[in-house]
Design a protein around this ligand. Structure first.
Ligand SMILES: NC(=O)c1ccc[n+]([C@@H]2O[C@H](COP(=O)([O-])OP(=O)(O)OC[C@H]3O[C@@H](n4cnc5c(N)ncnc54)[C@H](OP(=O)(O)O)[C@@H]3O)[C@@H](O)[C@H]2O)c1
Length: 248
């Protein structure tokens, strides 16, 4: 990863932080993004010398454009983009039945998870095209593939990410850009494991064949693996990381 520049959205905590840390550990220059520059600074400091903080709100088109301009001005390139940022877990929206979901609730989640991912991807592709190379990894979720009894807006937004990856993969493969979706099961972060009751955690652990939660570091290892050259003849893939719950 030496000489490569990787941008990770929502990288101050949880899965994004671990992906940023792993890419930096492998030698990449990593742009640690957050809506809050102070949090980004703190996270970048924890990661070490290869990490640089940057402000980015993926729901704001001007912020996305400024982020890409700034990154290219400072680092000259973006070789790896990890679309990790997602709308914060909102119990009120999550536990609504499909037919009770309000337009506004649907819009909030689509605005960040789907449109945000679209905006950043769209802005970064021209930078990658200049170097005729790039890897775009977007974080989705297993409900996007298998459906779920809760969280319909989230499922729909994350399903759009799977389609976006396939589209980008096919459209840009001959110009050196590869794209992947990581569809995650239960990964223990503050947004999930640490905000649940002990019994809910236990129940969630039983959902997969391994009967446990995933560690964000396990996601980070996969992300760093596919970002490297070993995955050179695979693109458009949806890689499920869920302890064997959803099998294709
Ligand atoms: N944990 C799981 O079990 C699980 C399962 C399936 C999929 N996922 C997906 O994995 C990703 C990371 O999840 P996590 O559990 O680590 O959650 P998290 O702690 O909630 O992290 C989400 C990140 O998104 C960022 N974010 C939110 N809105 C944003 C916006 N408008 N612009 C830019 N950044 C924004 C936040 O960064 P700032 O607040 O610093 O801006 C935050 O760091 C999410 O896409 C989530 O949907 C997680």
């Amino acid at each position: 990863m030496k000489g490569r520049v990787a941008a990770v959205t929502g990288a101050t905590r949880g899965i994004g932080f671990e992906i940023a840390s792993e890419l930096a550990r492998k030698g990449a220059t990593v742009i640690v993004c957050s809506r809050d520059i102070e949090s980004a600074r703190e996270a970048a400091k924890k990661i070490g010398s290869g990490a640089h903080p940057s402000a980015l709100d993926i729901s704001n088109p001007a912020s996305v454009r400024a982020f890409v301009r700034r990154t290219v001005a400072r680092h000259g390139r973006i070789d790896i983009l990890v679309n990790n940022a997602g709308y914060p877990f909102d119990k009120k929206i999550w536990y609504r039945q499909f037919h009770e979901t309000a337009d506004g609730e649907f819009d909030h989640i689509v605005e960040v998870d789907l449109k945000g991912t679209f905006r950043v991807t769209r802005a970064v592709i021209p930078v990658m095209l200049k170097k005729k190379s790039g890897v775009i990894i977007s974080i989705s979720s297993t409900p996007a593939i298998a459906g779920h009894v809760e969280g319909a807006p989230y499922t729909l937004a994350k399903a759009g990410i799977v389609a976006m990856t396939k589209h980008v993969a096919i459209e840009y493969a001959s110009r050196g850009i590869r794209a992947y979706t990581l569809a995650l099961g239960n990964i223990a972060t503050d947004a999930t494991f640490n905000s649940m009751s002990a019994s809910a955690r236990k129940k969630a652990a039983q959902e997969n064949a391994m009967k446990r939660w995933g560690d964000p570091k396990e996601v980070a290892k996969v992300a760093a693996g596919i970002a490297g050259d070993d995955f050179s003849f695979a693109t458009g893939n949806t890689i499920i990381i869920d302890g064997g719950a959803v099998l294709l």
